[in-house]
Write a protein that binds this ligand. Structure first.
Ligand SMILES: C[S@@+](CC[C@H](N)C(=O)[O-])C[C@H]1O[C@@H](n2cnc3c(N)ncnc32)[C@H](O)[C@@H]1O
Length: 276
């Protein structure tokens, strides 16, 4: 009972406190910042542990840009299935890590009602006005074609409306997002030609075959050090997505940079290197 009351007070306080201070830096760690097996454990630890155990989540919650993007992502006609912790990690990746890469373009596989795509578009618009995001989905529900490991999807994802998503983007001045309708297997190649290179791939397509297609096809257009972020792979309902990440790790001989609040791999990084 006491813990329920504490949770209610916590949520009420969070709702009533307006955003105040932008996050300007991440907590320093007593750990060498090196690249090892194609990722930077320091960076993953900094984000993941800060969000799970430190006060980084509170700091992000107080950031006006995070709250602006969150409000758009949670706007009722669009909204997102991504958890707040995962949106916070996307915020940290985009604000603090994409700036060090040669490109800041984003591709999202699996957009559904549009929430996470609009969230990232809002951040890009403010932080990197020259960058773009491509959001790929059938926008008419989950295609057929389960792998043996896939459970039946928790939803058919048919309750979406591309006109409403586009209208919401327009209303919020987000002219940096392109919604690309169709199977990702049919549309991604053209997106790669337009984008040139990708800094962050947000993979949220639930089933094994679609995750495999997304991660393999984007690999060669990822900017060195770019981020591949998996929304479903740690969901108990998506064992096919988990298996796809395992296959990626084996095939590329790389390690996960982060597992909480979602799995993150780095693309085309040297295997071992010192970071200044
Ligand atoms: C979990 S939802 C995405 C959630 C979304 N990112 C959000 O913010 O709420 C998964 C989406 O992936 C789409 N999808 C799955 N496989 C696909 C494929 N092969 N091609 C295109 N879209 C696909 C489904 O239609 C569904 O809308």
């Amino acid at each position: 009972m006491a813990s329920l009351a504490n949770r209610v007070v916590h949520h009420l306080k969070r709702r009533l406190i307006p955003p105040t201070t932008p996050v300007t830096a991440l907590p320093a760690l007593d750990m060498a910042r090196v690249v090892d097996r194609g990722c930077c454990p320091y960076d993953g630890y900094q984000r993941g542990t800060g969000l799970a155990h430190g006060n980084l989540a509170e700091q992000v919650w107080n950031d006006p840009l995070f709250r602006k993007a969150l409000a758009i992502a949670r706007h009722t006609p669009v909204r997102t299935m991504c958890t707040e912790a995962r949106l916070m990690n996307l915020f940290l990746l985009i604000k603090f890590f994409l700036k060090d890469l040669p490109s800041q373009n984003i591709v999202e596989y699996g957009t559904y009602r549009g929430g996470s795509a609009l969230f990232m578009a809002t951040l890009l618009k403010e932080l990197y006005p020259g960058a773009r995001i491509w959001a790929l989905d059938t926008f008419e529900g989950m295609p057929e074609g389960k792998h043996g490991l896939d459970l039946p999807p928790p939803d058919d994802f048919a309750a979406t409306n591309l006109n409403i998503i586009r209208f919401t983007a327009e209303q919020n001045g987000l002219d940096n997002v392109a919604f690309v309708k169709g199977l990702i297997q049919d549309t991604a190649e053209d997106v790669y030609k337009q984008a040139g290179s990708i800094a962050l791939a947000h993979i949220d397509v639930v089933l094994h075959s679609a995750v495999v297609y997304a991660q393999d096809s984007v690999w060669n257009v990822m900017t060195p050090g770019g981020y591949i972020v998996y929304d479903d792979a740690t969901e108990p309902t998506c064992p096919g997505a988990t298996r796809a990440v395992e296959e990626m790790i084996t095939k590329r001989n790389i390690s996960l940079e982060q597992v909480y609040p979602h799995m993150v791999l780095r693309a085309r990084m040297p295997h071992k290197a010192e970071i200044a």
